[in-house]
Write a new protein. Structure first.
Length: 294
């Protein structure tokens, strides 16, 4: 829209004011039309955004079918959801902030609905485009449903384990470079080797490094999971990789051993680290004796 200065001179003050309001973009920024799958522009502050699973589904999705699916999930009605899914629902359509139906089922802790959605083709690899409030702040920009599930820790571990075979991006990373394996080792105090095994079966690269240069083994040592580190080494982890500070696993173990530890737990942990350090030293000796690689 173009108005010459000559025309504006002959306009009334009220008309000029109205013209200014019409031409002025909201908040000083160009007003973008809503995307097909988003009903509103997200507020700048995360805490001002609607909460996944608590706010009304119409704040997240324009599609009436998706809203009805959310309502079925809210009610814990698997039969109703199954009936709705017969009507060609796009299970990978994204709503506000990149939210999907899987995010909704995860937030509502509706495991049967979560399983049903996966079985009908919902992808656990779709990532949020914006951080969203909800449940201890685990809905983070760039995280997929799979990553969000493991970040919840024990409270959503079964969701993570069920989604794991469906992933087509086993080596996906968070913004800090951490893989699902690293997040699992970081999040749970009681790390289970059986879960590590499931993660490795999904073809996660055990030697990937995050933005600090750390591997899953580095984190296992940092959180005193010596048995996990042994298991990872036995399944292909490179014990010689150094983080950005120049620390290989042996350096981190030596650091842990120097820390004062008391009581039975301290003695057991000291023994485990001693055994792990001995194993790494033996591996280094074996490596030195091995013929040069072609």
């Amino acid at each position: 829209m173009h108005f010459s200065l000559e025309k504006i001179r002959f306009m009334s003050p009220l008309a000029v004011a109205l013209l200014v309001l019409l031409l002025q973009p909201a908040n000083g920024q160009p007003v973008a039309p809503p995307t097909p799958n988003e009903q509103a522009v997200l507020p700048d502050r995360v805490r001002d955004r609607p909460e996944i699973g608590k706010a009304d589904a119409t704040e997240f999705f324009q599609s009436q079918k998706l809203v009805q699916c959310c309502e079925a999930i809210n009610e814990g009605d698997a039969d109703k959801l199954k009936s709705l899914l017969k009507d060609k629902v796009d299970l990978n359509a994204t709503g506000l902030g990149g939210t999907t139906l899987l995010h909704w089922a995860l937030a509502k802790n509706q495991f049967e609905a979560f399983k049903l959605l996966l079985e009908h083709g919902a992808s656990p690899d779709l990532a949020l485009t914006h951080s969203m409030p909800g449940l201890a702040g685990h809905f983070i920009e760039g995280d997929s449903v799979l990553m969000t599930a493991v970040a919840f820790g024990m409270s959503r571990l079964k969701f993570f384990l069920h989604a794991l075979p469906y992933t087509k991006q086993p080596n996906q990373k968070r913004r800090n470079g951490q893989t699902i394996l690293m997040v699992y080792v970081n999040r749970l105090a009681d790390v289970q080797v059986s879960t590590i095994e499931a993660i490795l079966q999904a073809k996660v690269d055990v030697n990937l490094q995050d933005k600090k240069g750390m591997t899953a083994c580095h984190y296992a040592i940092q959180w005193n999971h010596a048995n996990v580190c042994v298991y990872l080494i036995e399944h292909g982890a490179d014990w010689t990789i150094k983080d950005q500070k120049g620390n290989a696993l042996s350096d981190l173990i030596a650091l842990e051993l120097r820390r004062e530890r008391t009581g039975r737990f301290g003695e057991d942990l000291h023994r485990e680290f001693d055994m792990l350090l001995s194993k790494i030293k033996q591996l280094n000796r074996d490596e030195d004796k091995a013929p040069p690689r072609p």
